[in-house]
Design a protein around this ligand. Sequence first.
Ligand code: NAD
Length: 264
Amino acid sequence: ASGLMAGKRGVIMGVANNRSIAWGIAKAIHAQGGEVALTYQGDALRKRVQPLAAEIGAVVAGDCDVGDEASIDAAFAEIEKLWGKIDFLVHAIGFSDKDELTGRYVDTTADNFDKTMRISVYSFTSVARRAEKLMSDGGSMLTLTYYGAEKVMPNYNVMGVAKAALEASVKYLAVDLGPKNIRVNAISAGPIKTLAASGIGDFRYILKWNEYNAPLRRTVTIEEVGDVGLYLLSDLSRSVTGEVHHADSGYHVVGMKAVDAPDI
Ligand code: NAD
């Protein structure tokens, strides 16, 4: 194979269907000659992930529920058996109870706070520790975050608090793993209509608002986020670590509604 990812192999976690951000990244990696192993969550998603894997010649590395440490061990054991060594890892996983992605943050329950942090934050650290062992020649790790970590976005609530913790983890992991030439970065993606996003209250309004007010006057696609992922996973970004890179049509620099934006 030729291309930016030729000779590189890695694991992509978080493909649920062909609208998943993880799928946008997987396609970009494949197009540049990289080899991909996909993990999925639960039997129900297997039948969606298998045909997608076939499209890009990816290996389906198994059912992996990141809330269960034994399940993560099993998935990484399978990957170790398959390849011995990997060059990249993508974590595109998040979860919070839909009932709390609406209304007020102050009403977050302890149970959902714990579950949201475990699945959306700790899981990246947990898989990073397994992936480190397989990155004997260095590597690149990537997670997905959102602007709701930096500024309060309506209904994002406990996910915003979780993404802030995830972004802090990116920095701590970058320092821990840097001496092994393992880089750790995040993409802060603009809003995209995916399965996970459909759980967020008034999501259509957020999409429209971004479209009217982002400097580029449009939202982003999974293919565009995939290309940014390609940069962060390839050697082009070999000097970049601990970074949160926005792929959001520039929305994060805007301080006020655009003068030409319609009232919505
Ligand atoms: P998606 O629904 O396609 O992907 C979410 C994935 O998380 C699914 O594949 C799901 O199976 C997986 N997941 C949830 N709980 C899991 C568990 N316990 N074990 C294993 N996997 C589990 O939605 P997406 O929007 O592509 O989400 C990917 C990432 O991108 C998430 O971290 C999300 O917060 C982030 N993100 C999304 C947007 C957006 O607007 N869609 C914007 C910025 C960041």
